[in-house]
Design a protein around this ligand. Structure first.
Ligand SMILES: NC(=O)c1ccc[n+]([C@@H]2O[C@H](COP(=O)([O-])OP(=O)(O)OC[C@H]3O[C@@H](n4cnc5c(N)ncnc54)[C@H](O)[C@@H]3O)[C@@H](O)[C@H]2O)c1
Length: 254
């Protein structure tokens, strides 16, 4: 592994398990100092990174609350003196209750949009002062195939992930003048605990149907996504902004 991200500081939200944990571990392997942030504790993520010789600080974060996001950014800056990368991965996904669009509870709808969209907006606001001062930064927002393919029985989730793409494009235009890049990744269903919870007893049926629709017909594992994260985090993508990269085995083509 090349240490492309040596001396870079990366915040990953939703890093206590699943994809966020995988991103944190791989960014640390590439040399970044990692802040693993989540509403639940990130002890396991921190341990994995420290055991392999990396640097990781874990932070309690609730993206529903601006002061929590600001505190995370402040702790990062106080400890490491800069913020280079923000991976907005935290979301309501595994814990979401799906159903027909007209049967979704209004509270569930509001919670989903609050965490999955407004949470990204809040985290971006929290880190932007440091990135502007540096005149550099890479923000990576996690969208989903659900945004483009239209996932039935999860209208709140699909809507929130479609909004992530719009947010990414508009923010890229706004922050280009400060040399801050904003991109998005759209994974298809990946084998994580979150996906098991999301699909419940329909898991096997759903993952089989999803894989059938791909050019590369197999279910993704978390490792399939990390190359794209590392690319967007590093200078390898230094002139790429406002983009959404689908990591979906070739399901939709942008
Ligand atoms: N796994 C997939 O198949 C898949 C596919 C497409 C997109 N995604 C997206 O990838 C991301 C991670 O997916 P995952 O499978 O690891 O799911 P997950 O449900 O395990 O991860 C979400 C994380 O966000 C955290 N979180 C929830 N609310 C929070 C809050 N208010 N503040 C801070 N943290 C909070 C959770 O504690 C959890 O660790 C999510 O954005 C998800 O929508 C996943």
């Amino acid at each position: 592994m090349h240490k492309d991200l040596e001396n870079k500081v990366a915040i990953i939200t939703g890093a206590s398990r699943g994809l966020g944990q995988e991103y944190a571990v791989k960014l640390a392997e590439a040399g970044a100092k990692v802040i693993a942030a989540d509403i639940t504790d990130c002890n396991k993520t921190t341990q994995i990174i420290k055991d392999s010789g990396g640097t990781c600080m874990s932070v309690q974060l609730d993206v529903r609350n601006q002061s929590s996001c600001d505190a995370m950014a402040k702790m990062t800056f106080d400890k490491f003196g800069r913020i280079d990368i923000l991976v907005n991965n935290a979301a309501l996904y595994g814990s979401l209750k799906g159903g027909r669009f007209d049967a979704l509870a209004e509270q569930d709808w509001n919670d989903c949009l609050d965490v999955n969209i407004s949470g990204i907006w809040r985290c971006c606001k929290a880190v932007i002062g440091s990135m502007k001062a540096q005149q550099s930064g890479s923000i990576i927002n996690i969208s989903s195939l659900a945004a483009l393919a239209g996932l039935p029985y999860a209208l709140h989730y699909s809507t929130s992930k479609a909004a992530v793409i719009g947010l990414t494009r508009a923010l890229a235009r706004e922050l280009g003048r400060d040399w801050i890049r904003v991109n998005s990744i759209g994974p298809t269903a990946v084998a994580t605990e979150g996906t098991e919870e999301f699909f419940g007893d329909k898991l096997e049926q759903a993952t089989k149907a999803i894989a059938e629709g791909q050019a590369l017909k197999r279910t993704l594992s978390p490792d399939d996504l990390t190359g794209t994260i590392l690319y967007l985090a590093s200078d390898a993508s230094k002139f790429v902004t406002g983009q959404t990269i689908m990591v979906d085995g070739g399901t939709v083509f942008l």
